[in-house]
Design a protein around this ligand. Structure first.
Ligand code: THU
Length: 139
């Protein structure tokens, strides 16, 4: 299914989400916005913790928000940070995104590049990944 939102529109929602980040330790707010196969949009921002390692990235906040609402396939996710263009998903988030990649295709990762919007496939960011399909067994 093609997305009812343009990459620019999804990136704008990620920009809005960054305003809701809780990033007092890094001072590096990040926002994310994703669209599911059934056209629902979910946002997230990074939420840090005084115990530093327990913070959660914007992408995972958005994904968990969507999954808790019953979403399954994430068609595209945009990530935006005021201090970095682009702000690509970290390795942990890439692995989490693999879990929600549509069965019939790839997920678009939408970033703000130095010269405008960049769209990359999840496959290009985490090739040969281990995911739910690898746990499917015959019979
Ligand atoms: N962060 C994200 O939320 N997403 C990214 O793609 C990169 C990093 C957060 C984690 C931490 O709260 C802050 O940015 C600095 O690493």
């Amino acid at each position: 299914m093609s997305s009812p939102l343009t990459p620019e529109e999804l990136l704008d929602l990620a920009r809005q989400a960054a305003a809701r980040a809780y990033a007092p330790y890094s001072g590096f707010p990040v926002g994310a916005a994703l669209i599911t196969d059934d056209g629902r949009v979910f946002q997230g921002a990074n939420i840090e913790n005084a115990s530093y390692g327990l913070g959660c990235c914007a992408e995972r906040t958005a994904v968990f928000h969507a999954v808790f609402a019953g979403a399954q396939d994430v068609r595209a996710i945009a990530v935006w940070a005021p201090r970095a263009a682009p702000c690509p998903p970290c390795g942990a988030c890439r692995q989490v995104l693999v879990e929600w990649r549509p069965r019939d295709g790839d997920m678009d990762i939408i970033l703000e590049g130095p010269d405008g919007v960049m769209v990359r496939s999840l496959e290009s960011l985490i090739p040969l990944s281990f995911g739910p399909r690898n746990l499917e067994t015959e019979g």
